[in-house]
Design a protein around this ligand. Structure first.
Ligand code: NIG
Ligand code: FE
Length: 405
């Protein structure tokens, strides 16, 4: 926790009451962070002299300053990689065929079970450090590559260490229902009972949300409803992987149970979009997964027209989306998903916060957490316009510079 003053910024507050447009832009803006929280925002000319003299100051020199990125969907903790499987997919093999043949998610499960906890931590930490350097100040991380009680629990312990040791906030999600592991292939009900009677009691104390991969080759809507009910009894709030590989009705379930978010939504319909909007379920879109799976964009227009809140995330995982940074997601959302720059930047900041039910971030309103990024550019459009330039110059977490200069 420390004090910081940033001046002379093209300041995106995401608070329309503080500046222009949906971004709430203050063109020559300043932000004062005290005790880790935003204390004041306004024009640089209004910064009081007392503040200017007493705290560490960053003169942004006209550069764009935005709230820190919030990445609300990652599978960051895993061992090994699947480069060879990726090459096979790019040569024509299908993801579901690979999964049905025991590869895909299960090959990462085998590597993760075999890794020591320290090794899992070391491999995951390298990715985490790259994320932070690119401006991610809050991240969600799922379990789901253990699929047995001990390894699911170990994954969540690694998640907790990444939260304790690194300058960001980590939101842990239990994803024991990622796929049914082969030892339960003939006894799906047995795996569901394992989740209900052993995994949730062991894992829920280390998690905030419960996610289910509700899709072809994973869990059905009926199974997902049962898992979510059990998780709710353990105090976890629901999220769902929905409508990614096939249209299954998972988005309807998300709306029915008031899920905090429904993620992927490649196959979402207009009706479902209306239900998600009514349930205030956030749509988390994953442009890295769509590109790395070579699948068409989700129907963003349907979601937008229905008034669904949209967030962006990396989905960082070794199978379908080995992407790590939010600036890349902003670029892909604009260039590939047809989102405007304004939408994409909002969705990567405030949208991500809402997808994690965290009201105090993704925005620079007094009282919010003092997380921000300073770009090497005078407008956030550069993030999509120059997509392969590393444009995050400085990363600030709770008022402290944690990456860059
Ligand atoms: O979000 N869809 C399920 N889970 C991941 C993929 C995980 C994997 O292939 O390892 C996803 O795309
Ligand atoms: Fe995912």
């Amino acid at each position: 926790m420390s004090d910081l003053l940033v001046t002379d910024a093209f300041l995106v507050t995401n608070d329309p009451s503080r500046g222009e447009g949906p971004w709430g832009v203050i063109p020559d803006g300043a932000v004062h962070i005290a005790d880790g929280r935003v204390a004041w925002v306004g024009p640089s000319s209004d910064v009081s002299l007392g503040v200017k003299e007493s705290v560490e100051t960053i003169d942004a020199g006209g550069a764009a300053v935005l709230p820190g990125f919030v990445d609300p969907h990652t599978h960051l903790v895993f061992a090994g990689d699947r480069a060879e499987e990726f090459a096979r997919r790019m040569a024509g093999a299908s993801y579901t065929e690979i999964m049905a043949a025991g590869g895909g998610i299960m090959s990462t499960v085998r590597a993760t079970r075999a890794a020591t906890t320290d090794d899992l931590y070391r491999q995951s930490r390298a990715r985490a450090e790259r994320m932070i350097a690119a401006g991610t100040t809050t991240v969600e991380i799922k379990s789901g590559y253990g699929l047995d009680v001990a390894t699911e629990r170990r994954m969540l312990e690694v998640v907790r260490r990444l939260d304790d040791d690194l300058p960001w906030d980590v939101v842990p999600t239990f994803l024991g229902a990622h796929v049914v592991p082969p030892e339960y292939a003939d006894d799906r009900d047995g795996y569901l009972r394992l989740i209900e009677t052993e995994m949730l009691p062991a894992c829920a104390p280390l998690a905030r949300f419960c996610d289910v991969f509700c899709d072809d080759g994973a869990f059905t809507v009926v199974e997902a409803r049962r898992i979510v009910a059990a998780a709710t009894r353990h105090g976890l709030r629901p999220k769902l992987h929905a409508e990614q590989l096939a249209a299954t009705g998972a988005a309807d379930l998300a709306a029915e149970i008031g899920a905090v978010s429904a993620d992927h939504l490649d196959h979402v319909t207009a009706d479902q979009a209306r239900r998600l909007a009514a349930a205030r379920t956030v749509a988390v879109l994953l442009p890295g997964a769509a590109l790395s799976m070579r699948t068409p964009p989700p129907p963003v227009g349907l979601l937008r027209d229905a008034g669904v809140t949209i967030a962006l995330a990396t989905d960082c995982n070794p199978g379908t989306s080995y992407w790590e940074t939010m600036p890349a997601m902003i670029a892909l959302a604009v260039l590939n998903f047809g989102m405007s720059v304004e939408e994409a930047v909002w969705s990567a900041t405030r949208g991500g916060a809402l997808a994690l039910a965290l009201g105090d971030r993704g925005r620079l309103t007094p009282g919010d957490i003092g997380d921000l990024v300073v770009l090497d550019a005078d407008h956030p459009a550069h993030l999509a316009y120059r997509p392969d330039s590393p444009l995050v110059r400085t990363v600030v977490k709770a008022g402290r510079v944690v990456a860059g200069r």
